[in-house]
Design a binder for this molecule. Structure first.
Ligand code: ATP
Ligand code: MG
Length: 422
């Protein structure tokens, strides 16, 4: 079964209200195994609503509309839908009684404009709204012998959600044998989107089986969403198992987690498992990485502490970075990154010290050291090194990317140590 979502309201078009309804309804329909083809937003405008509804009915069996059901003059959804489907509006006294009750319970008098709430397209089923005055409407419309369903819901998010959960989803499920759509998420770090696609190579045999793959890149990591559809849940899960195995075989070293995992949660878990402790000396990231790493209860098991060592004075005075190195190599350099990592490790008696030093931007770069250059240092009892990264000119994104780079470096290091021991 295929669906369109139509969200209606001028406020959605001009960014005054974030369209949470479309996202939420999309998720619910998807969970129910309904294929969401399109989510369209239109203003409180008669002709616009009719055009969007016509487009929806041309390709979907279900259309869910939200917004514009209220009693005020800008609420035109019901009228536009009725006109488009060629239905008369009929008066339903029980709706008006319900609205009057609601006003009475709140100790208020019902304004006359609420009469329009009780006018609904002929043949529609009324879905009672426990939380507000505008009921939902379920309209079945015959097209070339097959039925199409048009559902009108109020725009107020919690009213809409209750109606969806209590009425719309159960009705859709009972009328149509729904398919099972199963998703899985793999988190990838340390490789760009296009390189990843190249590495995965030809996936068409899986796509021909109806399995889908989506790349959802963030500033520093990529989410891979794997989707399979099946009559039965186990069937869809089995297809995903095979698909995931193929992806892991090709790109497994870049996959750091699944579902709600984050780089910091995964790396934190690895440190805890190995009984290792970490300290950070952050220059260009200004404490961002420690902040991320301490978002988890129990992070004190593996985080010793850290320092924002922004100016040279602090790098010298607290981390024992050599003034000569700072003069000869500059603060953003391999040698200083290593000395910072070593310094914070010794200062805190952590097993591992790591550091960031870079040119966060947007200005301050030179031809040799352009904006976005970041060195990440590593030091433990037996080893010390630094790795160079080149990011862009957005300060905040550079912090985020430096954080991901540091965490990914640590993750790879811990994995290498483990395979060296074996
Ligand atoms: P009411 O019976 O309250 O008049 P309605 O169906 O007319 O309901 P609207 O007037 O369009 O709904 O919207 C009511 C409220 O819900 C507004 O505050 C609006 O910002 C919010 N809202 C409407 N549509 C959405 C949406 N798609 N996502 C999130 N909020 C929305
Ligand atoms: Mg509105």
């Amino acid at each position: 079964m295929r669906a369109h979502i139509l969200t209606i309201g001028d406020e959605l078009l001009i960014g005054q209200t974030i369209n949470t309804n479309a996202a939420w309804i999309g998720e619910q329909l998807d969970h129910a195994g309904i294929d969401v083809l399109r989510a369209v937003t239109v203003g409180d405008d008669h002709a616009g609503i009719r055009a969007a509804l016509a487009a929806a009915l041309a390709e979907a069996e279900v259309v869910i509309l939200t917004g514009g059901l209220g009693p005020t003059h800008d609420d035109v959804t019901k009228l536009a839908v009725a006109e488009h489907l060629g239905l008369e509006l009929q008066f339903h006294p029980e709706i008006l009684d319900g609205v009057r009750d609601l006003f009475e319970r709140r100790g208020r008098e019902m304004p006359a404009s609420n009469h329009t709430q009780a006018m609904v397209p002929e043949g529609s089923e009324v879905l009672p709204n426990r939380h507000g005055t505008a009921p939902g409407l379920w309209i079945e419309h015959a097209k070339n012998g097959s039925l199409q369903i048009v559902v009108l819901l109020p725009g107020v998010p919690f009213e809409m959600r209750t109606l969806m959960t209590e009425h719309v989803i159960p009705r859709l499920a009972s009328r149509h044998g729904l398919h099972n759509i199963v998703h899985r998420v793999l988190h990838v770090s340390g490789i760009g989107e296009s390189n990843l696609q190249e590495l995965l190579g030809d996936m068409s045999p899986f796509f021909e089986e109806g399995v889908r793959l989506a790349y959802l890149p963030g500033p520093s990591t990529i989410r891979l969403r794997l989707t399979a559809v099946g009559e039965a849940r186990q069937e869809a899960e089995a297809r995903l198992d095979a698909f995931e195995a193929a992806i892991r075989e090709r790109a497994g070293r870049f996959i750091f987690g699944t579902a709600d995992d984050t780089l910091e949660s995964v790396v934190g878990g690895m440190l805890r498992e190995r009984g290792r402790t970490l300290a950070l000396a952050e220059s260009c990231t200004g404490g961002h990485i420690l902040d991320r790493m301490t978002d988890f209860p129990g992070s004190s098991d593996y985080i010793k502490g850290g320092l924002v060592a922004y100016c040279n004075e602090v790098k010298i005075g607290t981390l024992q970075v050599s003034p000569e190195t700072l003069r000869s190599d500059g603060a953003v350099s391999e040698a200083v990154a290593i000395q910072m990592a070593r310094g914070v490790r010794l200062l805190t008696r952590a097993d591992i010290g790591m550091s960031t030093t870079g040119i966060a931007g947007p200005s301050g770069g030179t031809p040799e050291k352009p904006v976005g250059l970041v060195w990440i240092g590593f030091s433990d009892a037996s080893d010390a090194f630094a790795v160079k990264f080149q990011f862009g000119d957005d300060r905040v994104v550079n912090k985020e990317r430096s954080g991901a780079a540091l965490l990914n470096l640590l993750r790879k290091r811990l994995l290498e140590e483990e395979s060296a021991r074996r």
